[in-house]
Ligand binder design. Sequence first.
Ligand code: HEM
Length: 551
Amino acid sequence: MYRFVASRPLFRSLSFFLHVFSRHSKMPSAQVFNTKDEAVYTTSNGAPVGEPYAAQRIGTAGPLLLQDFHHIDLLAHFDRERIPERVVHAKGAGAHGYFESTHDLSDITSCKLFTSVGKKARATVRFSTVGGESGSADTARDPRGFAIKLRTEEGNLDWVFNNTPVFFIRDPAKFPHFIHTQKRDPQTHLKDADMFWDYLSQNPESAHQILILFSDRGTPDGYHNMHGYSGHTYKLVKDDGSWVYTQIHLIADGGFKTFDDATAGKLAGENPDYGIQSLFETIEARKYPSWTVYIQTMTPEQAENFRYNVLDLTKVWSHKDYPMRPVGKLVLDENVQNYFAEIEQAAFSPSHTIPYLEPSADPILQSRLFSYPDTHRHRLGVNYSQIPVNAPIVPVANFQRDGLMAINNQGSRPGYQSTIAPLTYLRYKGAMNGSPRDHERAAKHEIWIGGAFWDLSEVTELDFEQPRALFQDVMNDTDRDHLVSNIAGHLGNVKSPVIKARTLSYFASVDQSLSDRIAKAIGAPSAKPLQVKPASEAISFRAHVNKTVKL
Ligand code: HEM
């Protein structure tokens, strides 16, 4: 009795708040159940229950009764509360908001979202760390995920981005190896510095990303004070079949704020949920976080003359040669009502795209197009796209039927191409992969002809140019001091002298003084750069195109 009397005023004000909030919620798929003041406590089949804490038993001390559905319902559901956490990016935070187009891109794309100034799409965003489990610290040194779902009139567009413009790998089969080295050792079940640097020093194309990760950008101040980058090259397509390569950037209007290593480490102990909390409280205080969305573009001809492979995710495009062009704004203005329903169950995929915004042939991106829906089927079930947070705001009409949790099973519509209730087919000229294109340039980078190769990229001197420029020209003295001490703090834990020496060679390939400063800090001998082929022996994108494409 005491429990109910004591908790009722709190329950009443909370449920009133949820009720009011849900009525005004702009989030189309947010669901709030039983928040009305007069809600009656029930079993899952809606039958009223007198006392939630009571269990049926024989007498007052005998065994429990199987007929007490309330009790079984309660426990059985509780036993199944957990779903698999994401294999990577398990720890996260999220909110809702909107994207608004501020500039007309109709000279380069027919994508409706980007060709009409003022067009808006409701958004759900999930930020995350990568390597840690769902209870790990928000301030860990790690890249951050920045996943955005935009609900457009032509279906959902997901931008599954990170807060760094480059990545550790460019050969997709390396991903599970790399991730395993960031997670726990199979025997000790501990994170392991030897494993971490053993992998990286064998795969030096990671150097660019590692320099960013071990700068203070590796420990952002919360989730909403950072930029987001597509990293991958995408394609913006026009109705006439012409297209440009593009890179997408979200630049935080409040700037990219970071912590130094000591502050991040302290917060990891004191408040592991710092990022979740600061995002929620910032939105509650109506200081809505916002980003300006820009693109860089490159024509197919420019791509063939670009110094780097346009499909290489370890490289950035110079802003001078490929200027940033504004596109729109992303604003987060609504906290979730129910974290699990609206964020944990959110399923983002680079393959969720809309007409005229297409993936490039970047092999990592191509591999991700498969991996995300695959993991969603495992994590959330085959009908994951019918969960309210994932459901498009436009009607879905196709021939997919049944399966676990089929909530929108498309009524009486026949499950085959039928003349009884035919579906209408919109024959876009330039829409989605494989549609007809009449432009010669499109054909050139669209029709790939060649043998089936086991492809694996090679590291050359070219791979150290951008990290070297980052270290020597972009970073200032403080940045460089922090970089050295952040790396030394981690590499100093490595036990194997061989791995330590190879890692110092890896950094010497970027800059000898960087390597020597780290070596001094960890008390190791100076190391020479890795032996790799000269930049002139790197296979250019033009050579790849000419080798595999015949018109
Ligand atoms: C071959 C390379 C990659 C593979 C196989 C891969 C695979 C995965 C998988 C399986 C998940 C878990 C998804 C889920 O359970 O919902 C995930 C999450 C994620 N990945 Fe990747 N990933 C790769 C590279 C990348 C890259 C290059 C980026 C960014 C440019 C990225 C950004 C993200 C983000 C933001 C999430 C979290 C999505 C969310 O918040 O639900 N990943 N990745």
